[in-house]
Unconditional design. Structure first.
Lengths: 231, 336
């Protein structure tokens, strides 16, 4: 297709190209800066990055980098209720993560795949913050590898992640015990450190699992799963 | 530098930009992204209440505060009425379907971006890297002509009066390519700084975590030190070389084949199916329309050669009549 470039068309096209080129450069300068590791340059640009890049062009491409996760995190939960003798009782611990993972293992297009992804994302992020900050993390002196977070609603420890995990656990428990009226819920995160590469043929060490418990909380009212996803 | 020289360069650049490029690639991306969103919405329709509902995993008040804190926008934030939320969700399904079939893409591309962004903001906890690329590409798709191919409503040829949309289209296509380059480079460089990637064992740790250990066959991979080391290093090498090797016809096919193999393995062994589909689909933007014609022609030639070879063998065997060759007219010529 051959086009006759008249002066007015040339001017119009030239100005459009110039404006788009400037927008293009502006966009990618800030996008690239947002993906760079922390440096004097990125801290200088930080205010502009925050304003321009987030949330609409936010991106994180460090898949499994710089280090892949070296342990498996699982969300476990138990429900508390008043039994027939008017005593407070608790269900056994239920693994919330495993049935969801099994579901996806059965079918890559499982209707619970987004539920599983949400739990996996949140557990990893929450434990990342907890282990980095050590906020509220109290080791149990009598039980090695057992920790307690006394104040789960501590605003410094990603309360939104915690809310997400608690509500997911509540939905899972209600699916598992459809006829039980729970008053409280306790969640915990089990952290299983699998063998290092050099020891990958060794038997799994049962002591390699640490558990971080959170205090009992009021049972939230959540829409439960429709599909499987329970033990 | 004379004024004439500058004007000639300017004219060349402008006439280059007057022709919308990579129309087939963006059409493929449109289909892949719309299929992904549509399939996820349909397959999770029954879990709508838990995933996106007002009484779901993120209650409306929490979502609303979170949304405001992030200075973000979502159609789901406009009302906490259950019927309204379901209506927006169903409308989102309809918009994705229309965009998938390529109906009025000037409008449906904008609606697709708005509805997909809104859904993603309603529950950002269920997003992965594929969704991240999806919403970035969905933004650029608003500015491209994605309906020239694989669409029920193909737009007319660009005439002399509509050059400015063509310039916009080409900038958006360039942005998609650059976005992919940023993705691969930053991912590769981030890996290169990690000691488990440096010592060649990172793949083992990835495959050992429960949520990414989706196949019993992964043991075959991590059993062998050589295999683990090879794939760990190959991943870094592939990612950092991607931006340099997509510019030549001889290497870009190898890069895309590498991407397809890598992401199919990720889908199978790690269960990140939609992530892999998005990443494979996104590769379409690195092929020019000429490339598609060239590869199409090569494929036809290979087919014809194999036909005539098979027919020759059969003739010699004397068992069946010769298979007629494919008529040359079946090869499509394009303007780009």
């Amino acid at each position: 297709m051959k086009t006759e470039l008249t002066p007015s068309l040339r001017l119009k096209a030239g100005v459009t190209t110039l404006v788009l080129a400037l927008l293009f450069v502006h966009h990618f300068v800030f996008v690239v800066a947002s993906t760079l590791p922390a440096s004097p340059l990125t801290s200088d640009l930080n205010r502009h990055i925050q304003h321009y890049v987030f949330p609409y062009f936010g991106q994180r491409w460090n898949f499994f980098a710089p280090q892949p996760i070296e342990r498996t995190y699982s969300l476990v939960a138990r429900g508390g209720y008043t039994d027939a003798t008017q005593q407070f009782s608790a269900t056994p611990w239920s693994d919330v993560s495993k049935p969801l993972v099994d579901e996806v293992r059965g079918s890559r297009f499982a209707p619970l795949s987004l539920v599983q992804l949400g739990v996996a994302n949140t557990v990893v992020e929450y434990m990342g913050i907890v282990s980095k900050t050590k906020l509220g993390l109290t080791p149990d002196p009598n039980r090695p590898g057992r920790y307690m977070i006394k104040s789960p609603i501590d605003p410094r420890i990603a309360p939104l992640d915690l809310l997400y995990l608690t509500r997911t656990a509540a939905a899972s428990l209600e699916h598992e015990y459809p006829h039980r009226k729970f008053e409280k819920i306790q969640i915990a995160i089990s952290i299983h450190a699998f063998p290092r590469f050099d020891h990958r043929f060794d038997k799994d060490d049962p002591n390699s699992t640490a558990v971080t418990f959170l205090e009992w909380q009021a049972m939230p009212d959540v829409t439960q799963f429709v599909n499987g996803g329970s033990n | 530098m004379s004024k004439r020289f500058v004007l000639t360069c300017l004219d060349r650049m402008i006439t280059f930009l007057f022709i919308p490029r990579r129309l087939r690639g963006v059409a493929i991306i449109r289909v892949v992204l719309a299929t992904t969103v549509l399939s996820n919405m349909l397959s999770h329709f029954r879990e709508w209440g838990y995933l996106w509902g007002n009484n779901g995993v993120l209650p409306f008040a929490t979502f609303h505060n979170f949304n405001q804190m992030r200075h973000s926008f979502s159609l789901y934030a406009l009302s906490s009425n259950d019927k309204y939320e379901v209506f927006i969700f169903v409308l989102g399904i309809l918009v994705s379907a229309l965009f998938l079939v390529g109906w009025k893409t000037r409008i449906t591309s904008v609606l697709f971006y708005v509805f997909t962004w809104s859904l993603y903001q309603r529950n950002p906890f269920v997003l992965d890297g594929g969704d991240n690329l999806l919403y970035l590409f969905a933004f650029f798709l608003m500015f491209v002509k994605s309906d020239r191919y694989l669409a029920v409503d193909s737009s007319p040829e660009v005439d002399s009066g509509s050059h400015l949309p063509a310039i916009l289209h080409n900038f958006a296509v360039a942005a998609m390519v650059l976005q992919l380059m940023i993705l691969y480079t930053s991912s590769g460089l981030a890996k290169a700084t990690g000691h488990l990637w440096q010592n060649g064992t990172a793949l083992y740790y990835v495959l050992q975590t429960d949520e990414f250990n989706m196949s019993h066959w992964s043991v075959i991979l991590w059993k062998s030190t050589a295999v683990v080391t090879f794939f760990t290093y190959a991943t870094i090498l592939y990612q950092v070389s991607w931006p340099f090797l997509i510019w030549y016809r001889s290497t870009k096919l190898a890069m895309v084949s590498g991407a397809v193999l890598m992401h199919l393995s990720i889908a199978y062994f790690m269960g990140l199916t939609w992530f892999s589909i998005i990443m494979i689909g996104a590769e379409a933007v690195i092929f020019s329309d000429d490339d598609f014609v060239y590869y199409g022609r090569t494929l036809h030639m290979l087919k014809d050669h194999s036909h005539s070879y098979v027919s020759g063998v059969l003739r010699r065997l004397g068992s069946v009549p010769a298979i007629p060759g494919r008529p040359q007219s079946s090869i499509q010529e394009t303007e780009v």
